[in-house]
Design a protein around this ligand. Structure first.
Ligand code: HEM
Length: 125
């Protein structure tokens, strides 16, 4: 298996895990199980997201992708910032439920758009 294919598999696995782990934490909070913050669920998603981004940087290096040339990649990066901000907000216990719900929906919509962009790679501008 080439380094590129290995990095792509790693990136995709971490990508689907980030969605699963976000959904899992949102569901635990919705069920009133805030104690997950004292378990490995607190740091495992950060570890996974680090792997996701490291593999992404690897793909850029090995594959020669350039966000300044591929518009889908530039939009993906912008959505990534939105996904991180919305995800962090959605998991803040100090915020109200309504605002957290809106943030959770925003995070999920953005990560779905990220995956759609990655699979279709459209020329956007
Ligand atoms: C939450 C963040 C991200 C998610 C969920 C995600 C998801 C994905 C998925 C599912 C694929 C595979 C698409 C396919 O089926 O071919 C992919 C490919 C790719 N991703 Fe990401 N990604 C994320 C962040 C990033 C970042 C930050 C970069 C770099 C700036 C990046 C660069 C790439 C590249 C270059 C590919 C193309 C690989 C190929 O088709 O050969 N990704 N991404």
């Amino acid at each position: 298996m080439s380094a590129y294919v290995a990095l792509k598999h790693l990136h995709m696995t971490a990508a689907y895990l980030t969605v699963t782990l976000l959904l899992g934490r949102l569901m635990l909070d919705a069920m009133g199980i805030a104690g997950w913050r004292q378990t490995p669920m607190r740091w495992v998603p950060h570890l996974n997201d680090t792997v996701l981004l490291a593999a992404a940087i690897g793909l850029l290096g090995v594959g020669g992708w350039n966000p300044l040339e591929q518009s889908w990649l530039a939009v993906k990066l912008a959505l990534l910032c939105g996904y991180i901000c919305a995800g962090v907000f959605a998991l803040k216990p100090s915020r109200g439920w309504r605002a957290r719900f809106v943030a959770a929906v925003a995070a999920l919509v953005q990560v779905i758009l990220i995956i759609c962009l990655a699979t279709t790679k459209p020329g956007l501008f």
